[in-house]
Design a protein around this ligand. Structure first.
Ligand SMILES: Nc1nc(=O)c2c([nH]1)NC[C@@H]1CN(c3ccc(C(=O)N[C@@H](CCC(=O)O)C(=O)O)cc3)CN21
Ligand SMILES: CC(C)C(=O)C(=O)O
Ligand SMILES: [Mg+2]
Length: 301
């Protein structure tokens, strides 16, 4: 096989994620909110292990102030679009704020909706040991659950903003205790968001499930980034420390739209021959003959 031919890839499974963890192969996760994005993450030239329909959808794609106002119906609408474009990546969806805390029954009903209506592989739930019974319930009915500890954006008000978590002994102990309880409840993997590097390293070394970090340093089993952050799609004055800009898609888009606008205004677009359609001269003449006949009959009325 030539170096230019991408390796054929199979659908990511929980078993293959565990195998990546065991072999020390970093796991790649990117968020997606629509069909074209899902196609890119499934492409054989840039294959990603896991696609996450994150509730960051609220801010990145819908212009909402935070994730807490995103509804389950809105999430399902986007998850369906992402599922249509997803082939090999494992497809995980964030359960929105309020869609799983009320009771185990509510969580099970809504997770089943995501599986049946959107066709996703697993759900992700933000929270600590207090949601362990819900994780256990979903796992027991065959819905894989990804845990999410550390910074919990759905609780940004209670946490007084988006702040690094687990920086002191008490905070680190709480997060480690949460992680153990969630693993024990059956979570197949865990996102660790915005915690100091040594804590995420300790968690990765002492848990049995793959850890996926965001703002958790280089020692987790995998990394996740938000599509819009890594591509720079939107104007933003604030860049969290953990974001690396791998491209500047925003300026590329703006250049293209400016060029289009200029071309329309100076009439260089569309080109009369290359970008427009022809009509046979005889057909055109017959059409004009009929129009003239119609016009003279209107005048003589
Ligand atoms: N575009 C986007 N990227 C994300 O990573 C993301 C979202 N949206 N929306 C939902 C949550 C919100 N997240 C955030 C938002 C802000 C910070 C932030 O400003 N962090 C500070 C930490 C300050 C401190 O405590 O020292 C930073 O400067 O890194 C972190 C995570 C992560 N998620
Ligand atoms: C940042 C990731 C982990 C997430 O939860 C989201 O995009 O909503
Ligand atoms: Mg999220």
């Amino acid at each position: 096989m030539s170096v230019h031919t991408p390796l054929p890839r199979k659908k990511t499974t929980i078993a293959s994620l565990l195998a990546s963890r065991s072999s020390g192969t970093p796991i790649t996760v990117v968020t997606a909110y629509d069909y074209p994005t899902a196609l890119t993450l499934s492409s054989s030239s840039c294959p990603i292990d896991m696609t996450l329909v994150g509730d960051s959808l609220a801010q990145t794609a819908l212009g909402l102030p935070s994730t807490t106002s995103l509804t389950l119906d809105e999430m399902i609408h986007h998850a369906k679009a992402v599922a249509r474009g997803t082939t090999t990546p494992f497809l995980v969806v964030d359960m929105p704020f309020g869609s799983f805390h009320i009771s185990e029954e509510q969580a099970a009903r809504n997770a089943c909706r995501l599986v049946q209506e959107a066709g996703i592989d697993a759900v992700k739930l933000e929270g600590g040991r207090e949601i362990a019974p819900i994780v256990r319930k979903l796992t027991s009915i065959g819905i894989p659950v990804m845990a999410h500890v550390g910074l919990l954006p759905q609780r940004h008000v209670a946490m007084s903003g988006y702040r690094v978590q687990g920086k002191d002994v008490a905070g680190a102990e709480r997060i480690w205790g949460d992680a153990l309880a969630l693993q024990e409840a059956g979570a197949f993997s865990m996102v660790i968001e915005a915690v100091p590097t040594p804590l995420a390293k300790y968690m990765t070394e002492n848990l049995d499930i793959p850890t996926i970090g965001i703002g958790a340093g280089p020692y987790t089993n995998g990394q996740v980034l938000v599509w819009d952050d890594l591509l720079t799609t939107t104007p933003s004055d604030h860049k969290p420390k953990f974001v690396r800009r791998f491209a500047d898609v925003r300026s590329l888009r703006e250049k293209a739209i400016a060029a289009y606008s200029t071309a329309v205004k100076d009439r260089s677009f569309p080109h009369e021959i290359d970008e427009s359609y022809k009509m046979d001269k005889s057909e055109w003449e017959k059409f004009m003959e009929r129009r003239r006949a119609d016009e003279s009959s209107v005048k003589s009325d």
